[in-house]
Design a protein. Structure first.
Length: 157
């Protein structure tokens, strides 16, 4: 496997018009490696193969039941598994629980993203982040016009 720097160099040299053989000599790799780097979609990366945690695999079904049927939160499941003999770390348990949630489709990130997409319609009248400074100043003047005259409001600089 080549480094990201070599991959970038190979692609850069190809854009400059150099041939595969010249690039291979320049970078110091085989021609097949140059061809592979040019065909690849993105830079090379290392993905570690998933390894099950043997301490937690004993409690997989029990944790899944507590999560789905009993609707326990993570800290409660952790305490219950501790009582039943789990002696591993808390961090390993939460990684394990997130995998179970992903399998079940019950991740918090999914529900947060659904809420974020729903609120993008700007139903509460807040400015969207992509507005320009002029648009924001217009929004501030609109917001200030709705404030009663008795209140004093300081505008941000």
């Amino acid at each position: 496997m080549i480094s990201v720097e070599a991959w970038t160099t190979i692609r850069y040299l190809k854009v400059q018009g150099l041939g595969t053989r010249t690039i291979a000599k320049e970078v110091g790799v085989a021609r097949n490696t140059v061809r592979h780097a040019l065909r690849s979609e993105g830079p090379p990366g290392y993905k570690r193969p998933p390894r099950p945690n043997p301490k937690l695999e004993l409690f997989r079904e029990e944790a899944r039941r507590m999560l789905t049927n009993d609707h326990f939160i993570g800290s409660r499941i952790f305490k219950e598994l501790r009582k039943r003999g789990y002696d591993g770390s808390q961090m390993a348990f939460y990684r394990f629980l997130n995998k179970i949630k992903a399998e079940e489709g019950k991740t918090k990130a999914c529900s947060v993203m659904k809420r974020c997409r729903a609120s993008r319609g700007n139903s509460i009248g807040l400015p969207t982040p992509s507005l320009s400074a002029a648009a924001l100043s217009g929004w501030w003047s609109f917001a200030l016009s709705s404030v009663s005259a008795a209140q004093s409001v300081t505008l941000p600089a």
